[in-house]
Structure formats: C-alpha cells, structure tokens
Ligand binder design. Structure first.
Ligand SMILES: Cc1cc2nc3c(=O)[nH]c(=O)nc-3n(C[C@H](O)[C@H](O)[C@H](O)COP(=O)(O)OP(=O)(O)OC[C@H]3O[C@@H](n4cnc5c(N)ncnc54)[C@H](O)[C@@H]3O)c2cc1C
Length: 375
C-alpha cells in the first residue's frame, strides 16, 4: 500500500486550487487523482470564464474578492500570461437593486463601480437593446484565462512536490471504522490517506454518500452558445449580465458567447446537450442584444453546475466521516471563487487560522440536519 497523507479526488479547478494552496502552506504530502487523461476536462473547461465577484451568497462573494485580487496581481512565476482581461461587467438589475448588492457596491474602491444612465449604457455597450431598470459597470470583473489559472495551480503544486495523477478514477473512499482509510481506484489499486478531499465536481456527492456522508449535492446542466465571428463585435466590450432577464453575453472568438441561464437537474453520467435551449437563447438575444441575433451558431455545448440544497458552497470537514473533506458545490461561481476556496479548504485541512464565520457558512455540517423550512 502506498501512503499519501492527503488524497484529493478530482483535478478540476477545485482540486487543483486546493492542491496548490496546500503546497503554498507547506503541505506537500498530497496526491491529486483525476479520472480523465487531462485535468480540468469537465465543468472547468465548459464554463463562460467570467469573473463575477458579487453574488447573492456573501461567502461566495468573499471568496471571489480574494480570487479577484489574486487574478489582478498573481505572485511572480505563477503564470507566464495574464490571468484576467479586466474588461468589466455591465450588471443590469431590478429597481431597487438587491440590498446585498447595494451594500457590496458601497464597499468598492474609487473607480471600481460606475452607475450607468441610459446614455452612458449605450456608450459602454452599444449593442445592448434591452431595458435596464438599474445598471452598473463593475470594473474589477472581466474574463478569466481559465486554462492559465488551472495550469498555474497545477504547476505550482507539482513544483512543491504534490503528485498529480491523471487517468486515475477513484472507485470509492475506503473506511477504517469511523475514519477514512484512503481510496480505491477503478484499477483496484489502493492508496492510504489520512484525509480524503472530495473535489470531484458533479460526482463528489455520490462518492461522499457511498462513503457514509449525509451531504447531498445536485448536479445541474446549463448551456452556452458561441456565434460565428461578426466584424461588428468589439472584443474589448464588457460582459453583459442582465439579472432580471436571466441572460449574459460577452465577446468571444470574434463573435458572442451567449447564455440564457437555463438550469435542469441531471445525472452527471447520463445527460446530453438539450437542443431545445437554443430557442431560449435566440429569443433573449433578439430582445436584449439584437445585433447578435442574426449571427449563426459556431459552437453550442452544455456543462454541469453542482449545488447544495441551499446553493451555498461546500468546503471543509464532513460531519459524518472523520478525515473526509469537501471542496464542492461551487455552482456557477467556481472559477471566480477558486483561489479563496482552495485557500480556505487548505487552511481547514491543515488546522490553520481562517475566517470562522466564512468557514461556518460553507461548512458541510449544515447539510447533515433536516431541511429547515424557509432556509
Ligand atoms: C455553462 C456554465 C457556465 C459557467 N460559467 C462560469 C463563469 O463564468 N464563472 C465562474 O466562476 N464559474 C462558471 N461556471 C461554474 C464553474 O465552471 C464550476 O463551478 C467549476 O468549474 C467547478 O469546478 P470543479 O473542480 O468543482 O468541477 P470540475 O471542473 O467538473 O472538476 C471535477 C473533476 O473531478 C474529476 N472526477 C470526478 N469523479 C472522479 C473520480 N471518481 N475519480 C477521480 N476524478 C474524478 C472529473 O473528471 C473532473 O475533472 C459555469 C459552469 C457552467 C456549466
């Protein structure tokens, strides 16, 4: 039997960020196990790559603030390329805006936020044809180079001594009484570990349940469409995010990346893209971004966003199985919150100081009890 102090299951952004943060904290007796031949092939490769900082969850917002600061000024040697294109986001919201957004906006530094009236909105994002009861330009947000970020995490982890194994699907978590004993791979190979970290995205919930945890996660599917290139698109335009319409878009590969914010619960092992979603994207695009409506589709795909029942992230020790930890349920915010999530997970694994209120908000322990009505 091989011995590894910490085994991380899953080499998407969650597992990679955790491995990197452990290494950054001096914990290198770590093995990261990824089922696919290449890390980051699932949700991490299929998202819209938008850095959103504020979201309805205060915990996810805090983790994204930490990530945003990192992306804007990563440590020397982390990545040879820029991690963030700070193109900004035009955020359209109801009038009045959600109270948590108003509070958050008041915390941003000088120049980070601009309230847009109709004329200014037309100047900043000329192709917008919708109605924005209230609109803000959020200059700290933008587009993340997800491949470079993932690569930076993995290179940093490997350099410090973390072992990254691909084509290593974990069949199950092994128990030794109330504790984890390690993991067993699909090949039958056993790896001993004192701690097992579930960072397996849409598959984390099933692995945890099979190991005896009461934590339940729900994988859902969402689609993105990229149009054919259109010479009218200015690649420096900001992201458009319309909350009331459930729609977002940004320039991509000379055309537009479009999303109608669909969400359907699915089995992660048994789903395919739903062609019917194209009609919803076309309807919203015609209304909100009319110049993009004529462009043909170049790419259309679906990806998985995984949630806990309260839509809050799940980071920290399992309430039922000693030695089992989670970095999962990153929902639609997993790239934006990755640095903060990885660092929080690593601090909890190493017993280091961290923000206690934040750790409680995302603790898996909250999911062990019955559903509280209205929660
Ligand atoms: C359409 C769409 C748009 C999105 N847009 C954004 C956005 O703009 N900004 C943002 O911040 N977030 C966005 N997200 C969310 C983001 O992509 C996810 O939150 C994030 O990628 C989750 O990362 P993860 O590492 O948890 O999961 P994954 O990337 O899915 O990684 C899990 C890994 O675990 C591996 N694995 C699974 N089971 C096993 C096993 N048994 N053994 C070993 N390995 C295993 C898988 O192969 C996979 O590589 C979007 C998601 C979707 C679907």
């Amino acid at each position: 039997m091989e011995r590894g102090r910490i085994a991380i299951v899953g080499g998407g952004i969650a597992g990679a960020a955790t491995a990197w943060a452990l290494a950054e904290g001096g914990e290198t007796e770590v093995v990261l196990l990824e089922a696919e031949t290449c890390p980051g092939a699932h949700s991490t490769a299929k998202n819209a790559a938008i850095l959103r900082i504020w979201c309805p969850s205060p915990a996810a917002t805090l983790l994204a603030e930490e990530t945003a600061a990192f992306l804007a000024a990563p440590p020397a040697g982390f990545s040879p390329t820029q991690l963030l294109d700070p193109c900004g986001t035009v955020l359209a919201v109801a009038d009045p805006p959600p109270a948590s957004l108003t509070r958050w906006l008041s915390t941003r530094g000088a120049g980070a936020v601009e309230r847009l009236d109709e004329a200014r909105l037309a100047e900043v994002l000329p192709p917008f044809t919708g109605r924005a009861p209230q609109a803000f330009l959020l200059r700290e947000e933008g587009r993340i180079d997800v491949a470079a970020l993932l690569d930076g995490f993995l290179r940093g982890a490997r350099r410090a001594g973390v072992e990254v194994r691909t084509a290593a699907p974990v069949a199950g978590v092994e128990r030794r009484g109330a504790r984890v004993g390690g993991v067993v791979l699909a090949s039958g190979e056993r790896l001993e570990a004192e701690r097992v970290v579930l960072a397996a995205g849409a598959w984390a919930g099933a692995l945890g349940r099979a190991a005896g945890s009461r934590v339940e996660l729900h994988p859902t599917r969402r689609h993105l469409l990229v149009t054919e290139p259109d010479e009218g698109v200015d690649p420096s335009w900001p992201v458009l995010w319309s909350d009331p319409d459930g729609f977002y878009a940004r320039p991509e590969s000379g055309g537009w990346l479009l999303c109608a914010c669909d969400q359907t619960q699915v089995d992660p092992d048994d789903w395919c893209a739903d062609e019917g979603v194209r009609a919803g994207i076309a309807e919203k695009t015609a209304r909100l971004l009319a110049p993009a409506a004529e462009a043909g589709a170049a790419h259309f795909w679906g990806g998985l966003r995984t949630f806990a029942r309260d839509e809050e992230l799940v980071i920290g020790p399992d309430p039922d199985v000693l030695g089992l930890d989670w970095v999962a349920a990153l929902g639609g915010h997993g790239i934006s919150s990755s640095v903060g999530a990885g660092r929080l997970a690593a601090a909890l694994l190493m017993g280091r100081a961290c923000d206690g209120a934040l750790a409680r908000a995302v603790s898996p322990a909250r999911l062990a009890g019955p559903v509280v009505s209205g929660a």
